[in-house]
Design a protein around this ligand. Structure first.
Ligand code: ADP
Ligand code: MG
Length: 443
């Protein structure tokens, strides 16, 4: 039974009882509503403090009646509309926080894999199974937002889980540097103490070592620590945004040490991995996206997990603010509306060049390929879209468009137009995509 029905029955009972005067009922109770804050908390939403006061005098009886109707005892609170709104907001923020803190536990289990990152995960596991002996150092590299920190922290907790006696230490490079700099400032004794402290560590993980580049004395000490770790078969795990050989600002001998173990790259997300991650993050955020919506997010924001998380947060907040039912399946129209303010447009006056630029970025192809005669599917699609939008936005005719696209015939442009019009009719995802690209161009 829903709250409306429960409340209707309760009111019928109230009228027939002699608990309230008819004029009090009409003035203060008739228009009140029954809602739910949680499984065991119902709320009567009232118009004024006065209604609250009246209802308060009979709240025990109301509670009992509602329990009788529903077969379940719940708390009952009296709130005005605004108070109820606040309560809901607080509640959703609290639950959001809870989800977030769960999300922040970095583990192998919540590291979602696909072909772009499975090698890194396997290398991490293999290093753990052969601590200090096989892959030393383990060097994980890749662009920002692809899960390097996640993996390092997961390794660190996994190692401790396997053997709690091990002293495992995770450093961000700035913490590491600060540690060493502090000891340098405090003189020889401190340096020795720091070295001893480092020697007590069994497994060391240093994140983003590119930030340790060009740091003179710190580097030298880092090098010493590094060597003593390798010599005593203690595991080192490093991460960086670049392949060791491409790291500038380190001694050659250091760079060659970095790559003496195993270097694995986390690649930019492929489609499959990106969709898997979107699935997972939606599950955690308790939002339901249609398959089309997932593809849409993946095609525009799916190269970087941090971006995906940002988008999912945005959708989640939108839903909290608008008090939508989390059971609702979010379709592509709504997604494109929520994400309207995300734009990759370079700004400035609209030119054919800008159109090509934005389309090329969106489809992940080069501008040159758009102008070429290349018949690769993605390129052809991008070319057709760019031609179509050039006509739509800049009001050029087929011949002019052909000319602007590497001197193509007007029938080629006509053909592009026909294709796009057909897609627009048949394919909702494409329609939303085109709308977004257009917005990127004109905004
Ligand atoms: P990086 O250190 O490479 O810049 P992070 O490890 O900080 O990236 O990852 C950014 C965010 O994305 C983190 O919240 C992380 O938990 C999440 N993340 C990255 N890769 C994955 C993955 N494969 N599965 C689940 N979450 C991931
Ligand atoms: Mg990181």
């Amino acid at each position: 039974m829903n709250n409306n029905d429960i409340w209707k029955k309760t009111k019928e009972w109230l009228i027939s009882s002699d608990l309230v005067e008819p004029n009090v009922y009409d003035e203060y109770i008739k228009i009140a509503e029954l809602k739910e804050l949680s499984d065991d908390e119902k709320v009567i939403i009232v118009k004024s403090e006065l209604s609250k006061w009246y209802l308060n005098t009979i709240s025990d009886q109301l509670k009992e009646k509602i329990a009788e109707i529903t077969g379940k005892f719940t708390n009952l609170t009296l709130l005005t509309k605004d108070e109820f709104k606040k309560e809901l907001e607080i509640k959703s923020l609290v639950s959001l926080k809870k989800q977030k803190s769960l999300q922040n536990i970095y583990s192998f289990e919540n590291f979602i894999t696909g072909s772009s990152n499975i090698n890194a995960l396997n290398a991490a596991k293999s290093a753990i199974n052969n601590l200090g002996t096989k892959w030393n150092p383990l060097f994980i590299y890749g662009d920002s937002g692809l899960g390097k920190t996640h993996l390092l922290k997961a390794i660190s907790s996994e190692v401790v889980k396997n053997d709690e006696n091990l002293n495992v230490k995770y450093f961000t490079s700035s913490d590491f540097r600060k540690n060493i700099l502090d000891s340098l400032m405090d003189g020889f004794k401190e340096i020795e103490m720091t070295k001893t402290k480092m020697n007590d560590i069994d497994v060391i993980l240093i994140d983003d070592i590119q930030f340790l580049a060009n740091s003179g004395k710190t580097n030298e000490i880092f090098f010493n620590i590094f060597n003593s770790f390798v010599e005593s078969n203690k595991q080192i795990v490093l991460s960086s945004d670049k392949f060791p050989e491409q790291l500038n600002g380190f001694d050659k001998r250091m760079v060659s040490r970095f790559s003496q173990g195993l270097s694995v790259r986390i690649e930019k997300l492929d489609n499959e991995t990106s969709l898997n991650i979107i699935d997972y993050k939606c599950k955690i955020a308790n939002i339901k996206l249609s398959q089309e919506s997932k593809k849409y997010i993946s095609s525009f924001f799916g190269t970087d997990v941090r971006k995906i998380e940002g988008i999912i947060n945005k959708i989640e907040f939108y839903f909290i603010q608008n008090k939508h039912d989390s059971e609702e399946l979010i379709n592509i129209d709504k997604i494109s509306k929520i994400l309207e303010d995300y734009s990759f447009a370079p700004g400035g006056e609209i030119t054919v060049q800008k159109i090509k630029d934005v389309v090329a970025q969106n489809y992940g192809v080069s501008i040159k390929s758009i102008d070429s005669g290349l018949r690769v599917q993605n390129v052809v699609k991008a070319r057709h879209v760019a031609m179509y939008l050039t006509g739509e936005i800049l009001k050029k005719n087929y011949s002019e468009i052909g000319l602007a696209f590497g001197g193509k015939d007007h029938t080629t442009v006509l053909n592009a137009y026909n294709k796009i019009n057909k897609f627009l009719k048949d394919d909702k995802l494409f329609k939303a995509t085109l709308k977004k690209i257009k917005k990127d161009i004109v905004s």
